[in-house]
Ligand binder design. Structure first.
Ligand SMILES: Nc1ncnc2c1ncn2[C@@H]1O[C@H](COP(=O)(O)OP(=O)(O)OP(=O)(O)O)[C@@H](O)[C@H]1O
Ligand SMILES: [Mg+2]
Length: 138
C-alpha cells in the first residue's frame, strides 16, 4: 500500500506544499488527485463532487483543476498561452500559483506526519521524523 490513512483537507485558494523523503508517497498522493491512480479505499471530493470512482470525465476534471489554479492569480484567460507569450510579471504569478504555499504537508512512509504552516514545519517541527528531515535532508 503506497498511502496509509491519508486524510487531507485543502480549503479553497489554499496552496499546499508536499515534502518528504524519496518513496514517502508524494507522487502517489498527487497521482490519486489527478486520477492517474485510483483509491483502493476511502473517498476523494473536489468541491461538491465526489470523484473517488473511475466514472466521470477525467480530462474535464484535469482541465478544470489547472484552470482553477490560474484563476486564483487572475490568469484564467491565459490557460492556452505558452510561457513566452506571457510578460515577466505574469510568468512570476504562474510560478507563485505553482509554488506559494500556505501549508506544508510532510509525508513519510505513505503517511502524513505533519501538516502545518511553512514557518512551523521549517522552524519548529513537532514530530521527530519531520525534525530529522528538515535538519538533515532539506
Ligand atoms: N501503484 C503503486 N502500487 C503500489 N506501490 C506503489 C505504487 N506506486 C508507487 N508505489 C510505491 O509507493 C511508495 C511511494 O512512492 P512515490 O513515488 O509516491 O514516492 P515519492 O514521495 O513521490 O518519492 P520521490 O521523492 O522519489 O519522487 C514507493 O515505495 C513506491 O515504490
Ligand atoms: Mg515523486
Amino acid at each position: 500500500m503506497a498511502l496509509k490513512d491519508v486524510s487531507l483537507r485543502v480549503l479553497p485558494k489554499q496552496v499546499v506544499l508536499v515534502i518528504g523523503p524519496s518513496g514517502s508517497g508524494k507522487s502517489t498522493l498527487l497521482r490519486c488527485i489527478d486520477r492517474l491512480e485510483f483509491l483502493t479505499s476511502g473517498e476523494m471530493w473536489i468541491d461538491d463532487d465526489r470523484v473517488t470512482d473511475r466514472s466521470g470525465d477525467i480530462r474535464k476534471i484535469r482541465e478544470e483543476l489547472g484552470r482553477r489554479l490560474l484563476e486564483r492569480v487572475g490568469l484564467g484567460d491565459k490557460a492556452e498561452s505558452y510561457p513566452e507569450q506571457l510578460s515577466g510579471a505574469q510568468q512570476q504569478r504562474v510560478a507563485i500559483a505553482r509554488a506559494a504555499a500556505e501549508r506544508v504537508v510532510f509525508m513519510d512512509n505513505g503517511e502524513i506526519i505533519e501538516s502545518e504552516p511553512p514557518s512551523q514545519v521549517f522552524a519548529d517541527p513537532q514530530e521527530e521524523r519531520t525534525k530529522r528531515f528538515v535538519e538533515h535532508i532539506l
